[in-house]
Design a protein around this ligand. Structure first.
Ligand code: FMN
Length: 382
């Protein structure tokens, strides 16, 4: 199955080599002619839905192509150009003289140095969420994305798995074809991720995309994994309360305590799983916590395999939370799991001697989680 993307026609700023970003520049005469030319051949691809950046240069291109396609046009902010903050309106040659123009630099500039450049991770995140959504919502449609140079690079990175670079993917009004079936994005399952990769990927996540919703069935599939986890004396005393409806999820979030000042509205997860000991089945307190840990990690590895993120939460308001979900006397609430589509990036690194903090967020919003080295973990005979 195919999806198409096209970059807008030429603008005066393209000709003058000026950084546009989210500055709303219109097509010039050549740009209009390019769109007219592209319209002549666009009809043969079976396109029946256009999703366009709302910026004028893209939307005008979309409208001109639609004179032939005659299909619905949806505007989506996720297809806007990457924001280049203070650099918008400046000549690219001038910017090159001032800063290194690689994506990494702009990441740092984006949040660290206050120039308002959208970090690359955010661009990749919004484009990735849009494409995940299109795949889910429009499985039977052939979609044309009308967008910009930087955004095209992020789309290409989603489908082809390579790092988004500064190399142009398309000229003005150049149509590019991507194949959903060859996409490396989506489920880790399809990428054949090893257990090592899944464990490393499943870092604690404390900011989520609330628009991503999970279903009862999604959660049942994750709990099904925990069903096969080992349990002392094969007692199987763990029970699970699953919550996926937004109102209840938001209510549960208020009774959980996350690192720093989170959670707060806008970044709540899509679901919670409450891990509960049924003390009528097993009263032995020593077994509770370890089995909860085994179940929690099994569930979160399953989430990572589905390209989701999660957080184990041991710090919660026990009384109010029990009351909210109606737990009985024999239900001991052990651990809460948050699950959803993460919007923050976390990386695991070796803890070096002298490192002051084992977890910190850098100026780009990336969380660094320092792990003790293997040599430190493995004891030698005294
Ligand atoms: C049993 C358990 C309870 C935890 N409770 C909380 C919690 O209440 N709030 C929180 O923000 N993080 C909690 N965490 C997450 C840890 O802070 C996190 O695992 C640690 O910082 C290492 O980060 P990583 O998971 O990315 O390796 C908990 C983790 C475990 C294993």
């Amino acid at each position: 199955m195919k999806i198409f993307a096209i970059r807008h026609g030429q603008t005066d700023w393209n000709v003058q080599g000026i950084m546009q970003g989210n500055t709303d520049i219109e097509l010039n005469e050549t740009g209009l002619a390019q769109a007219e030319e592209a319209a002549k051949t666009i009809g043969g691809h079976g396109i029946d839905l256009i999703i366009s950046s709302p910026l004028k240069r893209a939307l005008k291109t979309a409208e001109m192509l639609n004179k032939v396609l005659n299909c619905p046009i949806i505007c989506d902010d996720a297809l806007r150009e990457r924001g280049f903050g203070d650099y918008e309106g400046m000549a690219i040659s001038q910017i090159r003289g001032m800063v290194k123009m690689d994506p990494e630099y702009f990441d740092k500039t984006g949040s660290g140095e206050g120039h308002g450049v959208e970090p690359m991770t955010e661009l990749l995140g919004r484009v990735g969420r849009l494409l995940d959504g299109i795949r889910e919502k429009y499985p039977d449609r052939t979609v044309l994305l009308v967008t910009h140079g930087g955004t095209m690079r992020a789309i290409s990175s989603y489908f082809r798995g390579e790092e988004a670079s500064e190399e142009p993917v398309a000229g003005n009004c150049q149509l590019v074809e991507f194949d959903w079936d060859k996409s490396t994005a989506g489920k880790a399952e399809e990428k054949n991720m090893s257990i090592r990769e899944l464990v490393i990927k499943s870092r604690s996540c404390r900011a989520y995309d609330e628009s991503y919703r999970m279903t009862e069935q999604d959660l049942r599939e994750l709990i099904e994994l925990a069903r096969f986890a080992p349990t002392s004396g094969n007692q199987q005393a763990l029970k699970f309360y699953i919550s996926w409806e937004k109102d209840e999820v938001d209510a549960i979030a208020k009774f959980t305590h996350w690192g720093k000042d989170r959670p707060y509205p806008g970044i709540n997860p899509s679901a919670f799983v409450l891990i509960i000991q049924d003390t009528d089945i097993d009263r032995r307190e020593w077994s509770w916590w370890r089995e909860a840990g085994i179940a929690a990690q099994t569930i979160l590895l399953g989430a990572a395999e589905r390209d989701l993120n999660g957080l184990m939460i041991g710090s919660f308001d026990n009384g109010p939370l029990r009351e909210l979900v109606g737990l009985k006397e024999n239900h001991k609430l052990l651990l809460v799991l948050a699950i959803g589509k993460g919007t923050e990036r976390a990386v695991a690194e070796d803890l070096q001697p002298g490192d002051e903090k084992s977890v910190y967020r850098d100026e780009n919003g990336v969380t660094h989680v320092k792990k003790r080295t293997l040599d430190e973990l493995i004891l030698k005979r005294a």
